[in-house]
Design a protein around this ligand. Sequence first.
Ligand SMILES: [Zn+2]
Length: 340
Amino acid sequence: MKAVRIHQFGGPDVLQYEDIPGPQLRKDQVLVRVKACALNHLDLWVRKGLPGVNLPHILGSDIAGEIAEVGEYVTGFSTGQRVIVAPMHYCGHCTKCVAGLQNQCREFTVLGNGVDGGNCDLIAVPARNVIPIPESLDFVQAASVPLVFVTAWHMLVGLAGVRPGQTVLILGASSGVGIAAIQIAKMFHCRVITTAGNEEKLEKARALGADCGINHYKQKISEEVRKLTNKEGVDIVVEHVGAATWDESVRSLKTAGTLVTCGATTGPNVSIDVRHLFARQLRLLGSYMGTMGELREVLGHVFAGRLKPVVDRTFPLSEVRAAHEYLEKSQMFGKVVLTL
Ligand SMILES: [Zn+2]
């Protein structure tokens, strides 16, 4: 089969489009013919080098496709069925897994990170990871959903406990997590303030439901938030930008506000004044993906049309290098998706 593999870590030129043997299907697995695989920032981190990645390695977390073969022990699926693959790898039988907290499993990793992913024609996955999709979603739209929507849902609903009427600051409106978080917060009848690097992106964010937009290159985020909230600050900040915005995010919180973070695209080293942490009674929460239950829950809203995937553009799998270069330039609004 065709696959994109890395044999060493580095720039986009380490991505090799090549022929490799297809996967061996276990009896408890389903073989999926990949039709679309969305890119995430995680692909860039893995390509540049993360601990625990064995080489050669296949990238790609967000998979949509058709069932090509069903393992002997698997029931309830049939060949040709249109599906997505839950982008998580977990043991399925530890205390955390059986409690439904798969993202706390000691074996937990994201597909395409600690295990091979979907930048290839065929992938064999446990039947529990396979989720049928409705006709209303094409493969490209479906592939653009799982990772960012489960991440945003876990942050806002699972961890921050978002409630109707709250004010939420969402960093990076044009990112996958930003786009998902804006829609989820609006579904909970929150007031949404978001940030982006130009007016065109802010306009698209408003079209998704954002109430207020801040240009983070021209305006100081915390000052604008103070103006917009009658000096009070926001209830929740959805962070994934890291070093470049951290101080502004913390300053934007109201007393006893919650900052929840799932990433650090601009760098991992941030500082916190502990006096502010206790005196302002802030909550700082770390978030990593989400649970299988949360994925099912958020997918229900996507399948019903209440939450919408946003696709920026597609590239054929053979042009994966160009796709990575495009993602690194951060010019997109929405997901970049590889097609097969
Ligand atoms: Zn487990």
